[in-house]
Design a binder for this molecule. Structure first.
Ligand code: GLA
Length: 417
């Protein structure tokens, strides 16, 4: 009887959550797709092609320039890394671009103290036409384990949506069976909610039990419009989507664009602030060799990283919008008495030339601590913190298409004594 109860308890715990112990905070790192796409001609584009050299150079810089110290630990290759045909049933790396194979690269990345990730697709082919995993789930799960992979993005091109849920669950099971703990990034919600018509609502309870993170929406591209299109999805669907985020399981709005061609400095601040509020993975997809000091400083801003990585893992949301200004809020630690601290981003979509001024009170932000808050400016750490009480009116000026970002920490009761 006792053993039946034990088996039942084990079954229950397996059934209720993906418990690989990984991604307790949103994963941070670098990923090739948005910036480097499927550039495979290394003769013509030696600095940009998807290759062993690119990945090794990014790994080197992540260590040397302080990204790893700040928390960016995964180095992930996206699509276009393999040969176009399998060999003896196995996926093999492109021999010209990855002459020493994936295990060598994984070892190199690990030797730097980083973690290594790569990409597969649950369909017959990847989105860019490389071999898919559909008939090879067990073989591919074993290859990941043999290569000591730490993170897998499993894409969902070229397969029927009806097959996806069971297939992704099966692949997760096969990865677990190898004994190698691998962060599991799933793409099926993006296919359900955006790419396949008619659209479908994925079962987020199943997702949470199966995957550490999942892409919900369209691929991000290198423009302000694309960034806002994604932000709008998370604003509009917050009630449905946000509650499913938490330690071990995250919504993924796709990579940060910072450092690329499409966003201005102000717009870069807006993406960083919104992505931190919605507890997004902080995955960079940029050329770290050419990034400007200003953008690097944004990406290495420890206060903002701490918001994104807050241990409570509560996904924030857009609280309100009006006059082209949006207010995004997220509860974070420390919690003082019954009150959380809050990260608050004021995001402007205005384009009227100067920082638009608007006044607000704590009540406008729905912040209720009766002793008020200490407010810290997260983008401009040199500006001193200030205190805000119930009846105070503060004027905020947000630059066109930019964002201001603050942390409000409740003031303790005993200060009155
Ligand atoms: C899909 C994914 C992208 C990227 C490409 C690669 O479009 O959503 O993030 O992985 O495939 O081909």
């Amino acid at each position: 009887m006792k053993s039946i109860i034990i088996i039942f308890c084990i079954y229950i715990s397996i059934a209720q959550a993906l418990d690989n112990g990984l991604a307790k905070t949103p994963p941070m790192g670098w990923m090739s797709w948005e910036r480097f796409r499927c550039i495979t001609d290394c003769d013509k584009y030696p600095d940009e092609c998807i290759s062993e050299r690119l990945i090794m150079e990014m790994a080197d810089i992540m260590v040397k320039d302080g990204y790893l110290d700040a928390g960016y630990e995964y180095v992930n290759i996206d699509d276009c890394w393999s040969e176009l045909e399998r060999e003896d049933g196995k996926i093999v790396a492109d021999k010209k671009r990855f002459p020493r194979g994936i295990k060598f690269l994984s070892d190199y990345v690990h030797s730097k103290g980083l973690k290594f990730g790569t990409y597969l697709d649950y369909g017959t082919k990847t989105c860019a036409g490389y071999p898919g995993s559909l008939e090879y789930l067990e073989t591919d799960a074993q290859s990941l384990a043999d290569w000591n992979v730490d993170f897998i993005k499993m894409d969902g091109c070229n397969v029927d949506t009806e097959k996806m849920v069971d297939g992704y669950i099966e692949f997760g099971r096969l990865m677990n069976a190898t004994g190698r703990p691998i962060v599991y990034s799933c793409s099926w919600p993006a296919y359900f909610e955006f790419y396949r018509k008619p659209t479908m609502i994925p079962d987020y309870e199943v997702l949470k039990k199966t995957c550490n993170l999942w892409r919900n929406w369209k691929d991000i591209e290198d423009s302000y419009e694309s960034m806002l299109f994604t932000a709008d999805y998370f604003a509009e669907h917050a009630d449905r989507v946000s509650p499913h985020a938490g330690p071990g399981h995250w919504n993924d709005p796709d990579t940060l664009l910072l450092g690329n061609f499409g966003l201005t400095y102000e717009q870069s601040k807006a993406q960083l602030a919104i992505w931190a509020i919605i507890a997004s993975p902080f995955l960079l997809s940029t050329d770290l060799r050419t990034i400007t000091p200003e953008i690097k400083e944004l990406l290495l801003n420890r206060e903002i990283i701490a918001i994104d990585q807050d241990p409570l893992g509560i996904q924030g949301k857009q609280l309100k919008k009006g006059y082209g200004i949006e207010v995004w809020v997220r509860p974070v630690l420390p919690r003082i008495g019954n009150e959380y601290s809050y990260a608050v981003a004021f995001v402007s979509r205005r384009t009227d030339g100067h920082g638009y001024a608007f006044p607000y009170t704590l009540a406008d932000l729905e912040l209720k601590n009766k002793n008020g808050y200490i407010v810290k400016d997260l983008f401009n750490l040199k500006r001193s913190t200030f205190e805000m009480q119930e009846n105070d009116m503060t004027e905020e000026r947000v630059n066109p298409t930019g964002a201001n970002f603050y942390k409000f920490t409740p003031i303790e009761n005993n200060r009155e004594l």
